[in-house]
Ligand binder design. Structure first.
Ligand code: PLP
Length: 397
């Protein structure tokens, strides 16, 4: 791999690191700064603090900054900012970079609340949006207008895993001087680095795979120094910088991210293959599968079948009673409205994220009452395969 090793990033963090004007004597663990302000003793010190040190917790904080450096290292941009959540990162960035009269072309298959930002929130502030299917680049081309300032997508769509051709869409965006903003939450920089493929801005909900321990919420934005410096003052005004405790918790989790996420991605690829062979599963959506309609694009975007995503979805018979029995028979996977944790979790989009959508519209997107979205954990994959196969037997009884 041409990239520096992840262990070097840990070294950067844990050993003898210098945090803007504060010297540490090599703390083995990066300390938690639970102070809302830093004190100064003279106007000279005040001026110096404003220039290069810390002043107030909403402006900057050592834990957030250090976590941001880790994210920059991983994503390969110039600078990152940490936010209170993934949604805080998305909305603050768009507020900072767009103005009334601007237009966004957004993938229609995105996280529900991002969809609402594009479709409801931005409209209140005079920013237009068109949500189209990014499976076909022609749809994007057709949706572009003279006032398009941003193209927005996730690497993998929720919950069907449809991919976006990042290099091709980046070219379209740059031709018209627009930003390409990519959500890397389902994939993480362990799998793919959208900035290297041409994206201008990358957002991660750190709450998910990157933290992995389901115990904290935060988001990040990575981009050029100029773009990040434009977002920073708006983050101050929207009050979305996030709490240092979350940054501290995540910094610990980041030390095992490479191990965790690689295991999750490879477990997902193996489980997807096994589920595809089960007679009660009519469809499995994972980019590693030969049957995945964009498998060729997946091989172009990712390093290998086992390093794509820990997310997948599958379809069982549309029988609610049997579905309940199936869920009750599973020993490992349980239902949870999150993803990316150490344990395998399931979501049923028809009763949750896509419950508001008319059935024909959902079906057109491949979302049927038999569809489960799954976030694969770090369990022994043979245990998971055995467990799913025994639970799926309920559909034969
Ligand atoms: C793809 C994606 N992006 C963004 C978010 C928002 O992240 P957060 O819950 O940290 O605000 C989520 C949340 O599930 C998500 O799945």
């Amino acid at each position: 791999m041409e990239e520096r090793k992840f262990s070097e990033a840990s070294e950067l963090l844990y050993k003898g690191r210098k945090v803007r004007g504060m010297d540490f004597n090599k703390p083995e663990n990066f300390p938690l700064f639970t102070t809302s302000a830093f004190t100064m003793n003279s106007l000279t010190e005040v001026k110096e603090a404003y220039r290069s040190k810390f002043t107030y917790i909403r402006t900057s904080n050592p834990n957030r900054d250090a976590l941001g450096e880790m994210v920059t290292f991983l994503e390969g941009g110039e600078k990152s900012l940490i936010f209170s959540s993934g949604m805080g990162a998305i909305s603050t960035t768009i507020f900072a970079l767009l103005k009334p009269g601007d237009h966004i072309v957004c993938n229609r298959n995105i996280y529900g609340e991002t969809f609402d930002v594009m479709n409801i929130l931005l409209k209140k502030f005079g920013v237009e949006s068109d949500l189209v299917n990014f499976d076909d680049n022609e749809n994007i081309k057709k949706a572009i207008k003279p006032n398009t300032k941003m193209i927005y997508s996730e690497v993998c769509a929720n919950p069907t895993m449809n991919l976006v051709d990042i290099p091709a869409v980046a070219e379209m965006a740059h031709k018209i001087g627009a930003y390409l903003m990519i959500d890397n939450t389902f994939t993480t920089p362990i799998s793919i680095k959208p900035i290297k493929l041409g994206a201008d801005i990358v957002i991660n909900s750190l709450t998910k795979f990157m933290n992995g321990h389901s115990d904290a919420i935060a988001g990040s934005i990575t981009s050029t120094a100029a773009i990040i410096d434009a977002i920073h003052p708006i983050r101050m005004l929207t009050g979305t910088p996030g709490d240092p405790h979350a940054a501290y918790a995540m910094m610990k989790s980041f030390g095992t991210m490479d191990l965790r996420v690689k295991r999750q991605m490879s477990n997902a690829a193996k489980l997807a293959k096994a589920l595809e062979q089960n007679k009660y599963v009519s469809k499995v959506n994972h980019p590693s599968l030969d049957s995945f309609p964009q498998h060729e694009l997946a091989l172009k975007l990712f390093r290998s079948n086992e390093e794509m995503s820990g997310m997948m979805s599958f379809i069982v018979p549309e029988d609610e009673k049997k579905i309940d029995e199936f869920m009750l028979k599973l020993h490992f996977a349980h239902y949870a409205m999150t993803l990316g944790g150490l344990r395998t979790t399931l979501v049923h989009p028809v009763t949750s994220s896509h419950s508001h959508m008319p059935d024909p519209d959902r079906r057109a997107m491949g979302i049927t009452p038999g569809l489960f979205r799954m976030s694969v954990g770090i369990e022994d994959v043979d245990d998971l395969i055995y467990d799913f196969n025994q639970a799926l037997e309920v559909f034969g009884s």
